[in-house]
Design a protein around this ligand. Sequence first.
Ligand code: S3P
Length: 438
Amino acid sequence: MSHSALRFTVQAGGSLTGRIRVPGDKSISHRSIMLGSLAEGTTQVSGFLQGEDCLCTLQAFRNMGVHIEGPSANGEVTIHGVGLHGLKKPTVDLDMGNSGTSMRLMSGLMSGQAFDVTMTGDSSLSKRPMKRVTVPLAQMGAKIVATEAGTPPLHVQGGQKLKGIHYDMPMASAQVKSSLLLAGLYAQGETSVTEPAPTRDHTERMLRGFGYEVIVEGNTIRLQGGGKLMACTIDVPSDISSSAFFLVGASIAPGSDLIIEHVGINPTRTGVIDILRLMGANLELLNQREVGGEPVADIRVRYAPLKGIRIPEALVPLAIDEFPVLFVAAACAEGETILTGAEELRVKESDRIQVMADGLIACGIDARPTPDGIIIQGGKIGGATVTSHNDHRIAMSFSIAGLRASETIYIDDCATVNTSFPGFVQLASGAGLQITAG
Ligand code: S3P
């Protein structure tokens, strides 16, 4: 997918009010297509995220012969599952676009197929590290060829007999965990992974929803190969990572009072709530309920003065996608915010430590990157022109900074916002952000 230049222009000031619903959860949407395709029977998905990343996953399964209806305008998708062994060899390379989740989870799944596949990505994905999955998958018997640097494209050679392994993960990564568990569906015997810290557990929850036994003991997750997935119904909650822009926006903009509806609050994803509360934010979880195996709530957020904090390292994997916008919260807080233990941010869609530091400095904020984090002094945000480096979360984070800026902020290269948050500009301007795209 090409990402042509798109500039966001954000007028200074404003507040966020009303009730909004942000699009569906990206992690859950990807997994719904993968497991629904490999299940026996018809899986019905609602609330599917129609962002480019998840559409890449959907197209990949269509290219492997799965009949998928939708998504309809309101996110209904019907997947006619083909069973674990029913995929067909695609006649084209599988294009994973900007999506690390697709590439890494599919590496595990493709390792268990009878046919060869090549997976490609855009210029950002083509720079991202894949050895973290190809190395343990090779221990299971997979044959995957990457570039010498360990980056895409990945050529997966099918017809391999996989065997279960135990893997002690060197980094806290749900993508690595999920890749191995998905390969484990095709492996002989037991596959188990131990994570150094808890990471999002959507794969484990959804496998169980499809009737597959997954055993969790402390930080170790295990499953046996050779079972079956049985079709089910999936209601995708709104993405807490997309909500995070509004949690921060309403917290920093005086006069704000916003309700964000139907947000997934899986405890492996709520680090952003904990961190904002430690900074003094006023967040209320209303109407807590469970939807299809995932906890959900409406979140009310009102303006509150924030203070700088030292972010507890245990919260880092639980807020990994929310740091760009949390850095904006830190820039608006009184005092110093210190993040450590977050070197993973350097290998996301961009180097999120450096790119955010550069943008904040351009806005007049004292932001000092460190190898594994950043130190930010709260201050006054001025007008600036920043580049998102084609990273969706950087583009949206600087848009939110406009709420507290003294002058207009211009953000370049914003087209990738569509990978995770189609409709961001309309939704944000409806809530009070003075943003235009063009
Ligand atoms: C994801 C896991 C996270 C996250 C990404 C989605 C997933 O990556 O950053 O946006 O759906 O499993 P890591 O597990 O590599 O940290």
